[in-house]
Design a protein around this ligand. Structure first.
Ligand SMILES: [Zn+2]
Length: 372
């Protein structure tokens, strides 16, 4: 007993030593942010998923050569992931000619008619032409008749597309109104990517969450653009509001994945707005509780998408959506220097996000390929 007391007193007596130690000069070392990426020492259960629990539809994919490609290798990779249907948003290819969509539809029909769908694309460069609106509407009618299941709008609208006078074409430009209306009348959704992540408009400094991405891809910088991020986003929402009978899939969680309360307000205000999770799973994976609440509340209007075709990256998506794993790595450090937490969605919600919602909003889909 006596000796215990002595030890205790000794420890107390030593507190000033601890204080002195804290005053010790730190080592003269610098560590680069890009270099510092220690392997985690955390030992917890891990569930690596290379295959989704249910067959899924990837609503946000891009393939450039579907007009001529042998699609069998692609299908093999899709099977490994359990991807039942791939939606190629680049219906007209990356630099495709006017018959690219038609040829791609033919090629798909010949090889794997159930495994691929295409969205149409339109060209804004001729918008000053008085015939542009009617011609574009006619093109969409024709494309849908041939088999296109939707329209994809690239971020160039609002950001890069200019009219003859060099003025930026606004996303809610009234000359495009009949196009959106036509999509509504034809019952096809419009998947639209407007602007880019907000940090791309912010100074590249220690306060910017996408600092590394902007350093590696300086072409993505918009910090000196005359048009603000907010302006582009507001134009997009104004356009959604103006066309309530058209279904819009706001790509990449509408760039509000980091503010699900705001995204929820938009979902409430705009019942014709849907969204998808392509390239933004790291936003959901850093807030599993808020993400679960959001995906539960809006389970009928969120679709599965990935965007860039890198098969091994799908694992992060499956793991965030399906498991309750903790503190696991994301696949691309320049998107997220933070780690992921699984949301652990129940099967009924998973099925909606993986395929049911897409089956509902895409016209003429073969539902028998999917579980009930
Ligand atoms: Zn995309």
């Amino acid at each position: 007993m006596k000796s215990m007391k002595r030890v205790f007193l000794f420890a107390l007596g030593c507190l000033p030593c601890t204080f002195l130690l804290a005053q010790e000069a730190p080592l003269q070392m610098k560590m680069d942010f890009e270099e510092y990426d220690p392997p985690s020492t955390l030992v917890v259960e891990e569930h690596r998923l290379t295959h989704a629990k249910f067959p899924f539809i990837d609503i946000h994919n891009h393939q450039g050569n579907m007009n001529t490609a042998d699609l069998s290798d692609l299908v093999k990779e899709m099977d490994r992931l359990n991807m039942k249907v791939m939606n190629n948003l680049s219906g007209y290819g990356f630099r495709g000619g006017s018959d690219h969509l038609e040829k791609s539809l033919e090629n798909i029909k010949k090889q794997f008619p159930d495994r691929f769908i295409l969205f149409s694309n339109i060209d804004f460069s001729g918008i000053d032409d008085p015939q542009w609106t009617a011609g574009t509407v006619a093109q969409i009618e024709r494309d849908v008749k041939q088999g296109a299941k939707g329209l994809k709008i690239y971020k160039s609208l609002g950001m890069f597309s200019k009219d003859k006078k060099g003025n930026r074409i606004h996303i809610d430009d009234p000359r495009i109104d009949p196009v959106w209306e036509k999509c509504g009348a034809l019952g096809i959704p419009v998947l639209i990517h407007a602007a880019d992540p907000k940090p791309f408009w912010q100074p590249i400094d220690k306060n910017n969450e996408r600092w590394l991405e902007l350093k590696l891809h300086p072409g993505r910088r918009h910090d000196t653009d005359p048009v603000r991020w907010e302006t582009l986003i507001e134009e997009q929402h104004a356009m959604f509001r103006k066309h309530p009978k058209t279904k819009f899939i706001n790509a990449h969680l509408g760039w509000y994945g980091n503010d699900l309360r705001k995204l929820g307000q938009l979902m409430d205000e705009l019942p014709n707005m849907y969204t998808e999770i392509g390239a933004v799973i790291a936003e959901l994976g850093r807030q599993p509780r808020a993400a679960k609440a959001f995906l539960t509340k809006y389970q009928d209007r969120v679709l599965f998408g990935k965007d860039s075709w890198v098969p091994e990256e799908y694992e992060t998506y499956f793991r965030v959506l399906e498991t309750e794993d903790e503190y696991f790595p994301y696949h691309k450090r320049y998107h997220a220097f933070w780690r992921m937490y699984g949301i652990g969605l129940p099967d009924d919600i998973l099925k909606k996000i993986y395929y049911k919602n897409a089956l509902t909003i895409l016209p003429g889909m073969e539902k028998s390929l999917f579980p009930k």
